[in-house]
Ligand binder design. Structure first.
Ligand code: SF4
Length: 70
């Protein structure tokens, strides 16, 4: 099975996009890039744990889970 190609813009779409820097990055796009490079995990974005972003978090979890399938 081929690896799911993760696109940084696709990931960014699911992030809160408020550039709060809570994750240690200067903005959500930088965090998205780190996720794609597997240098961060979605747990690093605290706002994603808020109920309002539950669907976004689930979608991201699914994307990265798919990518980890062999
Ligand atoms: S913690 Fe989440 S919302 Fe805040 S800058 Fe990082 S990715 Fe964006």
């Amino acid at each position: 099975m081929s690896k799911h190609e993760i696109n940084v813009f696709e990931i960014y779409e699911y992030l809160p996009q408020n550039n709060c820097k809570n994750c240690g990055e200067s903005n959500c796009m930088a965090f998205a890039q780190k996720l794609v490079e597997q240098r961060k995990t979605i747990g690093g974005c605290a706002p994603l744990r808020e109920p309002i972003y539950a669907k976004n978090r689930q979608a991201l979890a699914k994307i990265f889970e798919l990518n980890n399938q062999k």
